[in-house]
Design a binder for this molecule. Structure first.
Ligand SMILES: NC(=O)C1=CN([C@@H]2O[C@H](COP(=O)(O)OP(=O)(O)OC[C@H]3O[C@@H](n4cnc5c(N)ncnc54)[C@H](OP(=O)(O)O)[C@@H]3O)[C@@H](O)[C@H]2O)[C@@H](O)CC1
Ligand SMILES: Nc1ncnc2c1ncn2[C@@H]1O[C@H](COP(=O)(O)OP(=O)(O)O)[C@@H](O)[C@H]1O
Length: 304
């Protein structure tokens, strides 16, 4: 089995030289490289005798007037990630855009979230993309947390946790946090090296029993036992707004389909990056919408 030095995966080369990386999810090393075989093993084929109810119902709580696109991109990632049903809870002014861009996706008003019984039917919830900081985000977060089932938490929902850290204690176990570097440091304090950032992520994932997806060129997925999975797919053609919103929707789609939060995060990061890689083979830049729409081809290819 080949081993690589962790520093190879850090932009600042900050890891002590002795830290090695095992190849594959079954490696006993703390730091594990995600391989194509891992992802093939994780992905389950769709069953012949199945219907939309077999593949779960995901709820996306996202968007505000100026960033409705983030909600649409998140819902697109969820739809193309194979959730049986996707519902978007967005401000009513986004309804025409939703119905036009994504006719497959259903709508739940923000007011309806106040009645917690409306949330019971969902197999997964993602919250945060484009929510903004002015809206009553705290109320939306409380609604998402009220079920005590894993929630995918991104963007402005992470920014709210940074502002009101008392909510950290009520994150349901198994939830998946998907911060980029700036969001991570906003929440858990400034870090001067990537190695130290990863150590904090390991500590926090264990403390709160959550999965942390620390987004980067190589994304680090840290599970509840502090293991670190390193995703190698993805490229700089993907460095464009909305890319993370698609990833959030994809994680929600996979949790809705019954994958564990940790497997969903590993699979989503790998497939999201592979989608970008396939498209970038003959493109200078790939958009978030393109990456989302190419996901089904990547999933199908993994089953071969
Ligand atoms: N179509 C839509 O509706 C879209 C809506 N969106 C939604 O809008 C909301 C706010 O999004 P946002 O882009 O304004 O703020 P945010 O992502 O916090 O960046 C702020 C600063 O942080 C930094 N930074 C960012 N990423 C980094 C990284 N990986 N690694 C390191 N640093 C990084 C960078 O700072 P710089 O490096 O330039 O100093 C950047 O300027 C949010 O809810 C989102 O979902 C977007 O998804 C776009 C499409
Ligand atoms: N240079 C790159 N190499 C690999 N992946 C990248 C690169 N740039 C961006 N990405 C991926 O794109 C996504 C960006 O997420 P994020 O910063 O949250 O975007 P947004 O907030 O605009 O949706 C992450 O999944 C990240 O790994």
């Amino acid at each position: 089995m080949s081993h690589k030095i962790l520093s190879n995966y850090l932009p600042d080369n900050s890891a002590p030289a002795a830290i090695i990386v095992g190849e594959g999810l079954t490696s006993t090393a703390v730091y594990k490289l995600i391989t194509a075989q891992d992802v093939k093993r994780l992905l389950r084929p769709r069953k012949s005798f199945s219907h939309k109810g077999t593949y779960g119902h995901a709820l996306i709580i996202a968007g505000q007037e100026q960033t409705m696109g983030a909600a649409l991109l998140c819902a697109t990632g969820c739809l193309y990630g194979g959730a049986g049903l996707t519902t978007a809870s967005i401000p009513a002014l986004g309804l025409t855009a939703l119905n036009t861009a994504l006719p497959e996706v259903m709508y739940l008003s923000r007011e309806a979230l106040e009645d917690r019984t409306n949330l019971e039917k969902f197999n997964s919830i993602a919250i945060g993309p484009g929510l903004g900081r002015d809206e009553p985000v705290a109320g939306l977060l409380q609604a998402a947390f009220s079920r005590n089932k894993p929630v995918v938490i991104d963007a402005d929902a992470i920014n709210l946790l940074a502002k009101e850290p008392e909510y950290l204690g009520s994150i349901p176990e198994g939830s998946v946090l998907t911060p980029h570097m700036k969001e991570f440091d906003g929440l858990f304090g400034e870090h001067h090296t990537w190695f130290h950032r990863i150590q904090t992520a390991r500590e926090m994932a264990k403390k709160y029993q959550i999965v942390i997806v620390l987004k980067n060129q190589y994304t680090f997925i840290i599970d509840q036992r502090s293991s670190v999975y390193i995703n190698q797919t993805g490229n700089s053609a993907m460095a464009q707004g909305g890319m993370g919103d698609v990833l959030t929707g994809l994680v929600a789609a996979l949790i809705a389909q019954g994958y564990t939060p940790s497997d969903a995060a590993v699979l989503a990061c790998n497939v999201h990056g592979s989608s970008g890689d396939a498209l970038a083979a003959n493109r200078y830049v790939v958009t978030a919408s393109q990456v989302a729409k190419h996901i089904p081809e990547i999933l199908k290819a993994l089953l071969k």
